[in-house]
Design a protein around this ligand. Structure first.
Ligand code: ADP
Ligand code: ADP
Length: 229
């Protein structure tokens, strides 16, 4: 079965219908860009898939296990163990050096500090950040900070990585570079990737593009991603 499966997702905010019945399956290893104009429901969809937001109706299942059957504590464990998150700029802990930002993710799952720090160092090096381990987020460029965020999202071996406008604060060239790193690293790790973006240049890095309008999926197309061209 699919790694991630959403059926009939509905979410209201007062009189606003953010999601009006969304079905979406994401296969293991697949990369999906969720596109659409501002206010179309992209972030709400991502937050429901990620178990951050509980839909009013419908179900989300991760590898066949329904998130709605879990309480908030169990959903939080799923987010830490089975999901990785890359958000727009500013998500790293500003007081901590890069290596501690990355090591914190496995430490929260019980990995001893020393082992987590060694693993974090290997992740930073593999993402081209050798020598930057001791820098705080404010001492890194925007692109370097997003590479740290990618390392933090992948270090725990997630089944799905969620990215919400991961290049939103970056210039075009740096954004393309971050997308290359994000899609390559996710693919090599065998994780699925769901990226919310309004930028077609970002979506081009994904093998599938889903278009959302007024809380519904209006288009769903597969195309060879940028990496394969
Ligand atoms: P997108 O990510 O495509 O910009 P969102 O999912 O953020 O769209 O929002 C979809 C709709 O739901 C919009 O009309 C937005 O204003 C509304 N909405 C989203 N979150 C909230 C909230 N917490 N409270 C009230 N309305 C919200
Ligand atoms: P926005 O979509 O408004 O820019 P974010 O994408 O930064 O906001 O965060 C959206 C939601 O995701 C918030 O409720 C936030 O608490 C939650 N969140 C942010 N980072 C993480 C994370 N690493 N793990 C779980 N939830 C997160």
């Amino acid at each position: 079965g699919p790694r991630l499966s959403a059926r009939g997702l509905v979410k209201q905010f007062g009189a606003t219908t953010a999601l009006a019945g969304v079905d979406l399956d994401v296969a293991a290893g697949e990369s999906v860009a969720v596109m659409g104009p501002s206010g179309s429901g992209k972030s709400t969809l991502l937050h429901c898939l990620a178990g951050i937001l509980v839909p009013d109706a419908g179900t989300v299942a991760l590898s066949g296990r329904g998130l709605h059957d879990l309480d908030e504590r169990e959903r939080s464990l799923v987010r830490r163990r089975q999901y990785g998150f890359v958000f727009q700029f500013g998500q790293l802990l500003a007081e901590l050096p890069a290596i501690e930002n990355v090591a914190l993710a496995p430490m929260l799952l019980g990995t001893p500090r020393r082992e987590a720090t060694e693993l974090a160092g290997r992740w930073l090096a593999s993402l081209g950040l050798a020598g930057m381990e001791g820098r705080r987020p404010g001492e890194l460029s925007g692109g370097q900070a997003q590479r740290v965020a990618v390392a933090r999202a992948l270090i725990t071996g997630p089944e799905v990585v969620f990215a919400d406008e991961p290049t939103g604060a970056l210039d075009q060239a740096t954004g393309q570079d971050v997308m290359r790193v994000l899609t390559e690293t996710t693919r090599l790790a065998g994780a699925s990737l769901v990226v919310v973006t309004h930028d077609a240049g970002v979506a081009a890095w994904c093998g599938r593009r889903v278009e959302v309008r007024d809380g519904r999926v209006v288009a769903d197309e597969r195309r060879a991603p940028e990496v394969a061209r």
